[in-house]
Design a protein around this ligand. Sequence first.
Ligand code: AMP
Ligand code: ZN
Length: 112
Amino acid sequence: MSDCLFCKIIAGEIPSNKIFEDEDVYAFHDIGAQAPHHFLVIPKQHIATINEADDAALIGKLTLTASKIAKEMGFAEEGYRVVMNCNEDGGQTVYHIHLHCLGGRALTWPPG
Ligand code: AMP
Ligand code: ZN
């Protein structure tokens, strides 16, 4: 999608601190990290919100990619959180779905 920030990151039109990519997904560090480790995993296909998603394998791959990276970065055993915000009440600000993965500190619950 031409005016989507995360599509532009995937295309290399906007720089990002890339961690991983394959034919389906792209992972990169969040520019506004809320924890010592905070990265995003996104599908290469533009999907605005999780409400529009219908590919279970692709959505599952976002989570498994996050856990693989958390293990490789060495904070999986201590623990971490994966979360996807949806629409206004969910706090979504970028309308290309992205799984947040946060770790490296004790996270509080519930979120605000
Ligand atoms: P959300 O509020 O769930 O839509 O999350 C959007 C996330 O994208 C926020 O955590 C932002 O810090 C992050 N973000 C926005 N622009 C960029 C960018 N250019 N590079 C990396 N992360 C970004
Ligand atoms: Zn997009």
